[in-house]
Design a protein. Structure first.
Length: 113
């Protein structure tokens, strides 16, 4: 059974940083496409970043340069480093194993101006 648990969200001022973590069980993160999505207030869920099996990463245009997705194979964990946060980054952030269409419960990020 695939399980994902996000952590690391919180309240931060604009320009600040947060690192989100996604602890994964049931699959090996380095053998799967893993992704971070977010859903802001009144908005649809959108892709933020993905990391592929061979390590290639993709980002939404709105977060390029500011966000970095990575993984730790020893801990079987996926991370999202978020720098220079903006109020528009406020959302619930979700980790997903795309092939399995399995999602974590999410972690809330609030960026104050």
């Amino acid at each position: 059974q695939v399980q994902l648990v996000e952590s690391g969200g919180g309240l931060v001022q604009a320009g600040g940083s947060l690192r989100l973590s996604c602890a994964v069980s049931g699959i090996i993160v380095s053998n799967n496409v893993m992704g971070w999505y977010r859903q802001g207030p009144g908005k649809q869920r959108e892709v933020v970043a993905k990391i592929r099996r061979i390590g290639i990463t993709n980002y939404a245009d709105s977060v390029k340069v500011r966000f970095t997705i990575s993984r730790d194979t020893a801990k079987n964990t996926v991370y999202l480093q978020m720098n220079n946060l903006k109020p528009e980054d406020t959302a619930v952030y979700y980790c997903t194993a795309l092939v399995y269409d399995t999602w974590g419960p999410g972690t809330k990020v609030i960026v104050s101006s």
